[in-house]
Design a protein around this ligand. Structure first.
Ligand code: NAP
Length: 264
């Protein structure tokens, strides 16, 4: 059966990652599923391969653990069948600095930032050498609205958004596609794990995970480099991006701006 290559998906045992696994297999990708929960990964792998006939491998790894992370990096460097990386594994919370444990914050940075960055570094050289590849990085709307949840979580997702923007800039013309996905509230275990079950959110702002993933993949098909599944008025994002680019010529100069001139 013809294949589009293998998609390696992190955080594939449940939630958004499990939906990506289903949708990408249906599209014709073989899969490598990464997360900690081996039983869930194996159950998902069997059900997807029964449904689609695709080859589905399981790679159990705690991406917050450098030894496990190195194993996944090795797979990305050495398996030339891999054509897509979905950096989806992530954790978050809503707590403020004063109510947050800094060790948990650091663990969040290790997973949401360090693992995503190292896996991308492992995948990209092979993609470039083979003339193509796709990277989907799951950020969040808190990348542009850090006031909404925990500040470290917002910071990690701003990293994902900025890093993806830079990937598209650095890799232009090399056949690589990078997409940052900025979901709003999505109905998964993420919320309960972070200490605020999703039932506590106003239902009118919560999207089903399968609707979110289908919209994000439609955005990928349309060539978007940043996709905000809930955003109705795409002109708002375009204006935001235009304002950011307009800052460019004024961001570095020999002299401070006139408004900072001291009058002693
Ligand atoms: P989820 O249901 O909690 O799933 C998280 C996935 O990440 C699970 O498969 C989990 O599997 C895996 N994971 C967690 N820690 C891991 C670790 N140390 N090593 C390897 N895998 C790990 O959450 P989700 O909502 O699907 O979240 C997926 C992504 O979407 C995250 O990056 C999140 O920040 C982002 N996002 C979510 C929402 C939302 O409202 N749900 C909104 C915006 C962005 P194991 O437990 O088996 O390891």
């Amino acid at each position: 059966m013809a294949t589009l290559g293998t998609a390696l998906i992190t955080g594939a045992s449940t939630g958004i990652g499990a939906i990506y696994a289903d949708r990408l297999a249906v599209r014709g990708y073989d899969l490598t599923l990464v997360a900690r929960n081996t039983e869930k990964l194996q159950a998902l792998a069997s059900s997807i391969s029964d449904k689609t006939g695709r080859a589905v491998d399981v790679l159990a790894a705690d991406l917050g653990n450098p030894v496990d992370l190195a194993r996944v990096e090795k797979t990305l460097r050495e398996d030339a069948s891999i054509t897509m990386l979905v950096n989806n594994a992530g954790i978050g919370t809503h707590t403020t600095l004063l109510d947050s444990d800094v060790e948990r914050m650091e663990a969040m940075v290790r997973l949401n930032v360090t693992a995503l960055m190292r896996l991308t570094y492992a995948a990209v050289p092979g993609f470039v050498a083979r003339g193509g590849g796709t990277i989907i990085n799951i950020a969040s709307i808190v990348a542009v609205a850090p006031e909404l949840l925990n500040g470290v979580y917002g910071g990690t997702k701003a990293f994902v958004q900025a890093f993806t923007t830079s990937l598209n800039h650095e890799l232009a013309g090399k056949g690589i596609r990078a997409q940052a996905v900025l979901p709003g509230a999505t109905r998964t275990d993420f919320w309960a794990l972070g200490g605020l079950p999703v039932e506590h959110l106003p239902s009118e702002i919560v999207m089903q995970a399968d609707d979110m993933v289908d919209a994000a993949l439609a955005g990928l098909d349309q060539g978007e480099t940043t996709t905000i599944p809930a955003l109705r008025d795409v002109e708002l994002w375009q204006a935001f991006e235009a304002a950011r680019r307009a800052l460019g010529p004024q961001l570095s100069a020999t002299q401070a701006a006139p408004r900072f001139k001291t009058t002693i």
